[in-house]
Design a protein around this ligand. Structure first.
Ligand code: FAD
Length: 173
């Protein structure tokens, strides 16, 4: 295991207990820098915070313990953001946290994976070839989906393009 992998595991493992001294590594995404259409309501803005988690941190907890600990982490993360950007916590009017358990329960994804499947990491930098295939075992049926190639919205768009190309190529000339 390289240092980056062990660092990620340590980060995800922190959520297995109540918040302490350390926060896991998180990324903060301010969608208001693009015309996302999300910001429609006066002075209210959305701010997304993402990090690494695993289902084992939460799966065994009963509902009360789950809510208590996930809320404690939400508070700790907002406090961490406030330390970086003073005043941020006071501006929050609504806050939610979603864990690997949320993904597992709402999306039924394996181990609560946010991208929904066990991604096969390429050996090197992808050079443009297909990462998967939109083909199915049913003749004339293609998958327009991230599940046919790469994860995420980009993968869903790429999967749709590949499916459309495959369908058009199969049309009688
Ligand atoms: C919280 C969260 C944050 C994310 N953030 C990002 C991000 O910042 N950037 C990014 O690139 N990706 C992100 N993703 C991943 C991205 O949302 C997905 O990879 C992408 O939406 C997958 O698109 P899809 O069309 O392949 O599948 P989906 O969007 O999952 O569409 C599948 C559809 O099939 C329907 N369906 C399922 N089973 C059946 C059935 N039996 N019959 C009929 N319909 C069915 C489902 O209801 C759903 O509408 C995020 C995902 C989550 C959960």
């Amino acid at each position: 295991m390289d240092d980056r992998a062990s660092g990620r595991q340590a980060g995800a493992g922190l959520l297995a207990t109540d918040p302490g001294e350390r926060l896991p590594a998180i990324v903060v995404c301010d969608h208001n820098h693009i015309d996302s259409g999300i910001h429609t309501d006066g002075d209210l803005y959305t701010l997304d915070v993402a990090g690494v988690d695993r289902l084992a941190n939460w799966q065994h907890l009963d509902e009360t313990a789950y809510r208590r600990r996930s809320h404690a982490w939400l508070e700790a993360i907002v406090a961490g953001l406030d330390a970086e950007w003073p005043g941020l916590a006071g501006a929050v009017v609504e806050q939610h946290i979603a864990t690997a358990r949320t993904m597992h329960e709402y999306l039924n994804t394996p181990e609560g994976a946010v991208y929904g499947w066990d991604y096969r990491v390429p050996d090197g930098i992808p050079r443009g070839g297909p990462l998967g295939s939109p083909a199915t075992s049913v003749d004339g049926l293609w998958l327009a989906s991230s599940y046919s190639g790469m994860g995420g919205f980009t993968g869903a768009m790429g999967g749709g393009t590949a499916a459309a190309r495959a369908a058009m190529a199969a049309l009688p000339s």
